[in-house]
Design a protein around this ligand. Structure first.
Ligand SMILES: [Zn+2]
Length: 227
């Protein structure tokens, strides 16, 4: 903390008071867009479709809606994810997914609109390598996708989400021990899925891109579905 020297030699803190700092941090977290999973059904589709191709990447689309809320006399918008669909024709590799069949890609993505959902974004996994952050390739793909969706005039959310599923396999010595569980940890969702001697550790991060300025993105505040 910075300090200011007084003439009498007494030092006082020059930074903002603690209470003010707390209020500022709260205001910042209030401004972060909240993203909720509507049900464990849709959440499970994402998890299962990233475990299945492991150690290759999993990929799919997210559909849902925007929920308008009034908090402290201010209106805000949350995103609700209601549908997750894995793209079956994607060519999966350990460090990327290739879309060879663009017609299938567009058909599947656009189908979300036909079924009554806004297109919220996409999800893909980052297996093994502990790479939990969004990459430059991811960002380039997201910017292209936003341009494309706007050109095609599709119903999209006010922000585009790239949901990154960090996944690592663990081997256990016994059939017992760590249990399958999910927790919210700050803005992320973390969890373990255990199947006897194998377990999969997850760290899920959502990146939200501004539809009108796609080069600008920030981390979403993710919430687990309620039981
Ligand atoms: Zn990626």
């Amino acid at each position: 903390m910075q300090t200011k020297l007084l003439a009498a030699g007494v030092q006082i803190a020059a930074g903002p008071p603690k209470l003010f700092k707390k209020a500022l941090a709260k205001k910042r977290s209030d401004m972060t867009t909240k993203v909720h999973f509507d049900s464990y059904g849709c959440f499970t589709s994402i998890i299962a479709s990233t475990i299945e191709p492991y150690p290759k990447e999993g990929f799919g689309f997210l559909g849902g809606k925007t929920s308008h809320k009034i908090r402290y006399h201010k209106s805000s918008k949350d995103i609700i994810i209601q549908a997750a669909y894995p793209l079956q024709t994607a060519k999966r590799k350990e460090d990327k997914v290739e879309f060879k069949d663009l017609k299938s890609f567009k058909r599947t993505r656009n189908l979300l609109n036909c079924l009554g959902f806004d297109i919220i974004g996409e999800y893909h996994s980052h297996p093994k390598e502990n790479l939990l952050k969004i990459t430059k390739d991811d960002i380039d793909h997201d910017i292209e996708e936003i341009k494309e969706l706007k050109k095609e005039n599709l119903a999209i959310s006010f922000k585009w989400m790239d949901l990154i599923i960090g996944i690592n396999r663990k081997r256990y010595k016994t059939n017992f021990g760590e249990q399958s569980e999910w927790i919210k940890d700050k803005n992320k969702i973390k969890g373990t899925v255990r199947d006897r001697k194998f377990g999969y550790k997850f760290e899920i991060t959502g990146y939200l891109f501004d539809i009108n300025n796609p080069k600008k993105y920030d981390e979403a505040n993710l919430f687990l579905p309620s039981k």
